[in-house]
Design a protein around this ligand. Structure first.
Ligand code: GLN
Ligand code: ZN
Length: 765
């Protein structure tokens, strides 16, 4: 029974990679210094995993920005536009310009599109293909890292290079032109994969991991054919090296028949997300296949200690059915999605901490499982008694009961949208194409250090409040100068939109160092929902009311929605998720009510995570939307008709879920669309969205400043599909990661474009 890992976090325990990348981007360090930071992280990761006694250790799981973009460079999938930038001399600069765009010395090249990685909060850079896309080995990264790992780990047998498999890679990309289907590129791409695999074999690699998460989706017939073809070819031409195909984030029982004539050496399945698949997979394995089955047992997306009894049961069942020499054990997916080391947490209550486990602890859990199988039952007993120990920290009967008493009335606004809209228009007198932003404004060094000082108690509450208020006043003046219509307070008091609330809610905690990569150098620190959740008192009211008192314009209250709080936290796994959602929703509802009572007339409840929580298989969508939409409506339905509820989502793939989004019944939704040039609008040809909507008119994920004309063009495009009385103008997401210099000009351009639209497009109404 070999123990292996699919991937290890690569940001470094102190977010060294983030800091180094950002220093490099702002010319504070050179590429050698950056590479050295990367090397140190890889060495540390390999040594940790070697120490934990893993039999197979991943390599090429490291990335300076994103592993999908790494694949694009490996396979030579690079747009001409990036190659043509004459100022770029090195591959790393080419790489970063693809990820972040390039705007210097008169050059203005956009970043590539970025999107969510399956149902996680990780984002990848979407590969773009031409009709006659050529593939060739361009980047040597995988080979260099392999050589490096050989020096560290000595035994090449132990090293398992990781690649995204050809079918998933094509699937994750998109066509630049409409005249072809990217899956048809399979015949061009396979020879390059074969070449790579052969090269890896030549240098002594025994195992290689090809990630094929497409297997957990509802695959089309075409994708299935392509899959069979791809692995038919690979197994034909790549003998003498062991190939492991990995699936994760859900089960693959519907697609297991694809393996009938495919001879790869191992298949990895996720039995955390879908334990019911084991039965079917085992019956396939015992009759049809000689493959090794790798069981993904340790939860790579959550931070709870493994339940050994449940894992052992799965291991024993597998051994019983296919034998001890055909099983491997591992986490279910890459550990990229969990923080690195629980030992760097010093303030978590011991009863909670004892139940937690981060990447480093998770790989040791594999060891424990092996020891239990070999007879050390005491390890099993102590794990069971730890997890069974009940405590009032985890459970509050009062909260549980309240959640069961939620009625239909609690999830309906008093009147239909049309009535509300009329009342709101009469009250607010906003112009056509009203402008607003999504909430946050640049979080400068000064603000971060202010919050840090306050946290370390180097600053009194009064001093801190006073300084934050100064920032608020300043951002209000700036917004007034730019002439935005609906203002925000800037969110300066918040390090993070979920953490801010979790710190104030009962039943949730924040970690000190629990960072997880979200995209590129951006990391998030998801809170932990460990017990029943309740609101203890006002969370935002004081700040928002102060902000409103400083301006005659409308001030938008800013809250994070229940689904997002839940989705971006590590969620308890001892009760149904819908119960946890309802508890959080009720807490937000009480805050909404408190804001309204204090005179706030527009309240935004952000739900950027709604889509990423979507189950990967369509059959599971309905039950997901049942609880998630209900949670949003619990939070938002408590207000009067005149109070305008906004929500915000930052992704553009909506076409398939618009009806559900409409069900949220928010008065206004702001939404990302600019990166994909308003592709979202296509959805409106088939579904007419009933409420008001602000399709993002510029991309805030890149430092590039949009021109007035291009923003106007997008507004014009939108006004052809949507009634202009329903249209808002706003960026596609919060501005906290941007610099003031960029933000000011971008927003000025945006308001100019909105004014131009009022002049030129108002006859469309
Ligand atoms: N209100 C938040 C902000 O502006 C929304 C962030 C988000 O959508 N991710 O930062
Ligand atoms: Zn957003």
């Amino acid at each position: 029974m070999l123990k292996h890992n699919l991937g290890y976090p690569r940001i470094g325990i102190k977010r060294e990679l983030k800091k180094a990348c950002e220093a490099y981007w702002s010319n504070k360090i050179d590429s050698n210094a950056l590479f050295e930071v990367g090397r140190k992280i890889r060495v540390e990761n390999w040594k940790t995993q070697e120490k934990a006694n893993l039999d197979l250790i991943p390599c090429n799981d490291f990335s300076f920005y994103d592993h999908v973009l790494d694949m694009s460079l490996l396979l030579g999938v690079i747009s001409e536009s990036y190659f043509s930038i004459p100022k770029i001399h090195s591959n790393i600069d080419l790489y970063f310009s693809m990820a972040r765009g390039f705007q210097k010395n008169g050059w203005d090249i956009k970043a590539m599109e970025m999107t969510k990685w399956f149902n996680t909060n990780y984002h990848y850079i979407v590969p773009e293909f031409n009709k006659n896309q050529k593939f060739f080995i361009f980047s040597k990264k995988i080979f260099d890292e392999l050589e490096e790992s050989k020096r560290i780990l000595k035994l090449v047998k132990k090293i398992k290079p990781v690649l995204i498999g050809p079918v998933s890679y094509l699937f994750l990309g998109k066509e630049k032109e409409k005249s072809f289907h990217r899956m048809d590129l399979i015949e061009n791409i396979i020879p390059v994969y074969i070449k790579i695999i052969k090269k890896l074999k030549e240098v002594g690699v025994h195992w290689i991991q090809l990630d094929e998460p497409i297997l957990v989706l509802d695959m089309s017939e075409k994708e299935k054919e392509v899959f069979k073809y791809a692995y038919g070819e690979i197994s034909k031409f790549c003998s003498g090296i062991n190939i492991m195909l990995t699936s994760y984030f859900d089960g693959i029982s519907d697609n297991i028949s694809l393996f009938q004539n495919i001879s790869v050496q191992a298949l990895h399945i996720d039995v955390v997300e879908d334990s019911t698949q084991l039965e079917k997979i085992l019956s396939f394995f015992s009759s049809e296949s000689k493959m090794i089955l790798s069981l993904g047992l340790i939860d790579g997306k959550n931070i709870w200690k493994n339940n050994y009894a449940s894992s052992i049961q799965k291991i024993e069942k597998t051994i019983e059915s296919i034998g001890e020499d055909r099983i491997m054990i591992a986490p279910n997916c890459s550990l990229l999605h969990v923080p690195i080391d629980i030992e760097s947490e010093h303030s978590i209550h011991i009863d909670i901490k004892n139940r937690m486990s981060f990447a480093k602890q998770k790989i040791y859990e594999l060891n424990d499982l092996e020891r239990i199988i070999k007879g050390e039952k005491s390890i099993l007993f102590s794990n069971s008694s730890l997890l069974e120990k009940s405590s009032s920290i985890f459970c509050d009967q009062k909260i549980k009961e309240r959640a069961t008493k939620i009625t239909d009335k609690d999830i309906e606004r008093d009147n239909h949208f049309h009535i509300r809209q009329k009342k709101q228009k009469e009250k607010f007198h906003l112009p056509l194409f009203p402008t607003t932003t999504i909430g946050s404004f640049p979080q400068t060094k000064e603000i971060r250090s202010l919050r840090n000082k306050f946290r370390k108690k180097e600053l009194s509450q009064e001093k801190y409040d006073e300084k934050i208020k100064n920032f608020i006043v300043d951002v209000i003046r700036k917004q007034e100068e730019i002439d935005l219509d609906v203002l925000v307070h800037g969110e300066f008091e918040r390090t993070d939109m979920v953490e801010y609330f979790s710190d104030k809610l009962k039943g949730m905690l924040s970690t000190e160092n629990g960072w997880v990569q979200s995209y590129g150098s951006r990391c998030v620190k998801p809170p932990v929902i460990y017990g029943d959740v309740d609101r203890i008192g006002d969370m935002t009211v004081e700040w928002i009311c102060f902000a409103q008192s400083q301006t005659k314009k409308l001030m938008k209250g800013m809250l994070t929605g229940p689904v997002t709080i839940l989705q971006w936290s590590f969620v308890r796994n001892d009760q149904p998720i819908s119960h946890t959602a309802n508890q959080i929703a009720w807490a937000i509802r009480e805050e909404v009510l408190s804001l309204e009572r204090s005179g706030i007339q527009i309240i935004q409840i952000d739900e950027p995570a709604l889509r990423e929580g979507l189950p990967l298989k369509k059959k599971d969508w309905k039950s997901y939307f049942d609880w998630s939409i209900k949670a949003f409506r619990i939070s938002s339905s408590v207000v009067k008709d005149e109070t305008q509820i906004h929500t915000h989502m930052c992704y553009s793939e909506f076409n398939d879920i618009f009806e559900y989004i409409a069900d949220l019944d928010a008065d206004v939704i702001t939404i990302e669309t600019s990166r994909s040039k308003m592709e979202l609008l296509k959805a409106f040809s088939v579904f007419s969205y009933p409420n008001e909507i602000g399709p993002g008119v510029y991309d805030i994920h890149s430092p590039r400043i949009p021109t007035v004309e291009e923003i106007f063009d997008l507004i014009e495009k939108a006004s052809k599909k949507l009634s202009i009385k329903n249209l808002w103008v706003n960026p596609d997401c919060g501005l906290k990661t941007r610099k003031w210099k960029e933000v000011l000009i971008s927003l000025q351009n945006m308001t100019k474009a909105a004014k131009m639209a009022r002049l030129k497009l108002s006859n469309l109404s």
